[in-house]
Write a protein that binds this ligand. Structure first.
Ligand code: KG4
Ligand code: ZN
Length: 334
């Protein structure tokens, strides 16, 4: 008998569904919301309304694509949090009602843990225990992953997430939201040693990214006083230098975490894992320190339901199912 999981994700601005059969992800259908583009960030109410509009179509397309019906499902896995409350409620209520109507288990999934477990979608898969650097628009963490259900947070940001530092920096440079991919693209033709920005120095395995963003702000203001077209004329070098600083702050802590724990299995997770400089620096470090490194395929780094369905598959044997009285947790603790 096959185990067929339907995964549903609606924590932010992607409405996504995925079918996973016996641990193999069959598809990953995502409706991206374009309504936020003009606002410089995700507008919570618009996100909820767009999820409401998209959810039925996304789920039906996903089942049709996998050539299955609701009756074939063994269980449903859904993002319970963290995320935007209104956005979570749409996916969670749909999943909860469906599990009740079909009389099949519902599995609560922590969005950030699912980002980490996305490393188990394709081969090669990391061996336990491994360290995972989780980098997204809302999170920057170093996690010791002992098993699918056992994860320990070793470090976290004390202010902004690294994705936020990318996006806020990109906004100062005139790029639309989310600006991380633009910085990555423009940095490719730039000199990363040309400009210096003040990096915050936090002890231990924690991070701080608010200082470097402010450093960029004052640097740009200062330069524009003398040269109003400074940004346009130096965009490649500014992007390369700013990105280089952000990635080096991440890498320093990752090396420290590996040295402190003795763990050489290193994984990345979250939207910023798509960054090409981060991937390059990680591969350099893996040679230098003899690490085995793992990065999910690009489509599984940003928000997606495949990671939710796969997490459901990994949790399914443990029989830890949701109750009908459960609700979404916008600030779901790690
Ligand atoms: O994991 P994710 O899709 O959503 C959250 O849960 O936050 O991550 C989105 C973040 C955004 O900050 C976006 O700018 C950043 O990932 N991002 C990138 C790149 N692609 C996405 N940052 C830098 N370089 C990229 N190539
Ligand atoms: Zn995410």
């Amino acid at each position: 008998m096959k185990t067929i999981l339907l995964g549903i994700e609606s924590s932010c601005d992607e409405t996504s569904a995925s079918v996973c059969i016996d641990g193999k992800v069959i598809n990953n259908i995502i409706a991206t919301q374009s309504v936020h583009k003009d606002y410089g960030g995700v507008v919570p109410e618009l996100a909820s309304r767009a999820h409401q509009k998209n959810i039925v179509t996304v789920i039906h397309s996903t089942l049709n694509d996998a050539q299955i019906t609701f009756d074939d499902l063994s269980a449903i896995a859904v993002t319970q949090g963290p995320g935007l409350l209104g956005a979570l409620i749409v996916g969670y209520s749909y999943a909860q009602s469906l599990s009740y109507a079909l009389n099949i288990p519902l599995i609560n999934v922590h969005h950030m843990k699912a980002h980490i477990l996305a490393n188990f979608i394709d081969d090669p898969k990391p061996n336990f225990p491994f360290l995972c650097l989780t980098v997204s628009g809302g999170h920057t963490q170093i996690i010791k992953v002992i098993g699918p259900l056992e994860m320990i947070e070793l470090g976290n940001t004390i202010d902004d997430a690294v994705g936020e530092a990318f996006d806020k920096g990109a906004k100062l440079l005139g790029f639309p939201y989310p600006g991380g991919p633009f910085i990555d693209k423009y940095a490719k033709k730039g000199d990363s040693n040309r400009f210096q920005f003040a990096e915050s120095n936090v002890s231990g395995l924690n991070f701080s990214f608010s200082g470097i963003k402010t450093s960029l702000l004052y640097f740009l203001k200062d330069q524009q006083k003398h040269s109003p077209n400074f940004i346009q004329e130096n965009i490649h070098d500014i992007c390369a230098s700013y990105q280089q600083h952000l990635i080096s702050m991440l890498m320093k802590k990752l090396v420290l975490a590996s040295n402190e724990t003795g763990i050489k299995e290193i994984a990345l997770a979250g939207g910023v894992a798509a960054n090409s400089e981060l991937r390059l620096q990680l591969s350099k470090l893996s040679e230098q320190y003899n690490w085995s490194t793992y990065i999910p395929d690009f489509q599984y780094c940003t928000d997606n339901a495949a990671m939710i369905a796969l997490t459901g598959h990994l949790y399914f044997p443990y029989n830890k199912f949701a109750n009908l009285t459960d609700a979404p947790h916008p600030r779901f603790k790690f």
